[in-house]
Design a protein. Structure first.
Length: 374
């Protein structure tokens, strides 16, 4: 009997990395940070037969605590040495990596994704074949949203109108800096894009009382809000549960959710209707799948999201999104903000719909180290 896809033994010959810097088309602003260009690190895992897989990690100091230098240091000093020379199937190779730890989750994710990509390529299968639960069908498409970053109401209204004109039907609205101004921002967006569905993301910016007041007010007005993401501080799980109990709008956990242990804690507290799963927080695909499995077991819907990350990271997130049945939403618009869309392949966006392109592993071309180098 032949082994399952990805479980035939392979050997890791080398782990490499190269750094890049990509300008954004316009600044990305949240309650936590402002970004005008993204520095990121690409990790390559080469197998003994010459197969190369790639992953990437973006600098997200305000969220994961990692900058490009710390990502490189973690790859060079921790994850690369742990993996180089290892032999085994996918599970065996991943077992060689230290567990995700705060301050190195993006770096670990880059290596984890590169391992998945290399193993899937060596097996001649798309990455979804390694991620989909047995007996489940891979989804063909999921509808992407477009983020409207946190700026003055007029600018946000203009960005919303541009997104809708380009085919977006779901807008993710960044709020969370000032409650009164947040209301003005929200109404400006609605006036500019009255047919759009809205996902609101406060990025921990409200108190429990303010969150309940603003969400209840939106419900009283009948605004087309599908969910509110991380309205209160990540550490305040009890506060998040209070918000959820006081409103009918679905509440999504993001910054409060890093691991499957966090997922269990949120479930036990009754703190979230929805989970936002991000590979840069989970430390890779393996624990992201574990979170999605828990969510499915407890009737919690999942979104796969990202931070301001390059196309390699997003390609992995798209593979996960279409492979796992618990994932019903995506927030994967980050590459649309980048001035460069390298490398080619992986997936395509047709209108607002994400669809995988055929190919092995991530189905991406290798990113040339000379592309947007630092």
């Amino acid at each position: 009997m032949s082994p399952a896809p990805g479980q035939a033994p392979v050997s890791v010959a080398a782990v490499r990395r190269h750094r890049h810097r990509a300008p954004l088309l316009h600044p990305f602003v949240t309650a936590a940070r402002r970004t005008e260009a993204v520095e990121y690190v690409v990790v390559e895992v080469e197998l003994s037969d010459g197969t190369v897989g790639q992953g990437s990690a973006a600098e997200t100091v305000a969220v994961t605590g990692e900058d490009a230098a710390s990502i490189e240091a973690a790859v060079d000093g921790v994850f690369g040495p742990a993996l180089t020379g290892a032999t085994g199937g996918l599970d065996g190779l991943l077992a060689c990596l230290p567990a995700p730890a705060r301050g190195a989750t993006s770096a670990r994710s880059a290596v984890d994704v590169a391992v998945h990509d290399a193993v899937a390529r060596a097996a001649g299968v798309p990455l979804t074949a390694l991620l989909a639960p047995a007996g489940t069908a891979v989804k063909q498409t999921l509808e992407n949203d477009m983020t409207v970053s946190l700026e003055d109401p007029a600018t946000m209204a203009a960005r919303a109108a541009e997104a809708v004109a380009a085919g977006t039907r779901i807008l993710k609205i960044k709020l969370g800096r000032d409650v009164a101004e947040d209301r003005r921002r929200l109404h400006a967006v609605l006036e500019a894009a009255p047919q759009a569905r809205l996902r609101l993301d406060a990025n921990q910016g409200w108190s429990v009382e303010d969150a309940i007041a603003i969400i209840s007010g939106m419900e009283d007005e009948g605004l087309p809000v599908d969910l509110v993401e991380q309205p209160v501080a990540a550490a305040d799980v009890a506060g998040l549960a209070r918000v959820r109990a006081a409103v009918t709008t679905p509440i999504m956990a993001d910054e409060a959710l890093w691991s499957s242990e966090d997922a269990r804690r949120l479930i036990e507290a009754g703190a979230a209707d929805l989970f936002n799963v991000k590979l840069a927080k989970t430390g890779g695909l393996a624990d992201a799948v574990a979170i999605a499995d828990l969510a499915a077991e407890h009737g919690i819907g999942c979104m796969v999201g990202s931070m301001m990350e390059p196309r390699i990271s997003i390609a992995a997130a798209v593979q996960l999104s279409l492979a796992h049945p618990a994932v019903t939403m995506v927030d994967l618009d980050a590459p649309l903000w980048f001035a460069s869309d390298a490398p080619a392949g992986g997936y395509t966006q047709e209108g607002a719909d994400l669809r995988l392109l055929p190919g092995e592993g991530l189905a991406l071309e290798r990113l040339d180290p000379g592309t947007d180098p630092v």
